[in-house]
Design a protein around this ligand. Sequence first.
Ligand code: GUN
Length: 291
Amino acid sequence: MEIIDGNQIAASINRELHAEVASLTGRKPCLALVRVGEDPASVSYVKKKEKTAAEIGVTSRIILPPITITQGELFRLIDELNENSTVDGILVQSPLPPHLDEVAVFRRVNPEKDVDGFNTVNLGKIAQEDSSGFVACTPAGIMELLARSHVDLNGKHVVVLGRSLIVGKPIALLALQKKTGANATVTICHSATQNLPAITRQADVLIAAIGRPNFVTATMIKPGAVVIDVGINRLADPSKKSGYRLTGDVNFSEVAPLCSKITPVPGGVGPMTVAMLMQNTVKAFRLRSSR
Ligand code: GUN
C-alpha cells in the first residue's frame, strides 16, 4: 500500500510555477480572492491561497466585502474585477452566505478569468473535451495526483461519491474524457443511491467527495483499489491547539490496508487544489497576455 503524498506533488508543481513566473519580465500574474463573511474554513483556505501565491510570485488581492453585501453589490464588484486589466484570475470563495445565489455569482465571473472553473462556459468545456478553458481546482488536482502517481484510468471503473458542482460532477466528466490518463467507466453515487457498498466494491478507483467523516469503511472497498479522499471534515478535538482535527470521508485506518494507493487527509488532495489554482492563474495570465 502506498500513501500518495499530495504535499510533495503539490510542492513540485509550485516549484515549476515559481520558475515560470520568475522568468516573466514586467507585470506578474494577479489573482483576486473574494471572501464574504467569516466562515472559519473559508478564512483558512483563503489564507493558504494567499500564502502560496506569494511563494510562487503571483500577486494576490484579497477583497473582504461585509456579510451584508447584496447580490447586486457583489455583481458590481465582480464586474469591476472582470474589467480591471491588471487582474488575471477571480475566485469567489464558496460557500457564500445563504442570502446570495452562488451559482449566479459564478456565472458573473468572466470565463477568461474564471480560475475556479465554476462558470457555465468552463464546466461546459469539460463536457466538450475542450482544454482551452479552466478546470475546477479540486478535480484538476485529483487528475494530476493520479497522473503523477502513475494511475492510468483507461478502462477502469471509477466510482465517484457525491455529485457537487465543485467536485463530483466535474471529476466524473474528466475521468470519462476520451484521452490518455482518463477514458474510464464512471459511476456517480449520491444520497439516493441504493445498495451503495455493492457499487463501491466494484470500484478500481474510488473518489469520496461527500463531506461525511469516516463514511467509507472497509466493507465498501475492492481489495487493491485506489482511494482518493476529498473530504475535509472538521471534528471537534479539545486536545488540539486549533480545537479541531481534520478527517476525511474515508475511515483511513480501516481502509488503507486494503488499498494499492490512498490519499491521506490532510496532505492528499487539499494541497493539490491550491497548486491547481496557481496553475490556472498563470494560464489565465498567459492567455490574456498573448492577446
Ligand atoms: N470552497 C471549497 N473548495 C473551493 C474551491 O475550490 N473554490 C472556491 N472558490 N471555494 C471553494
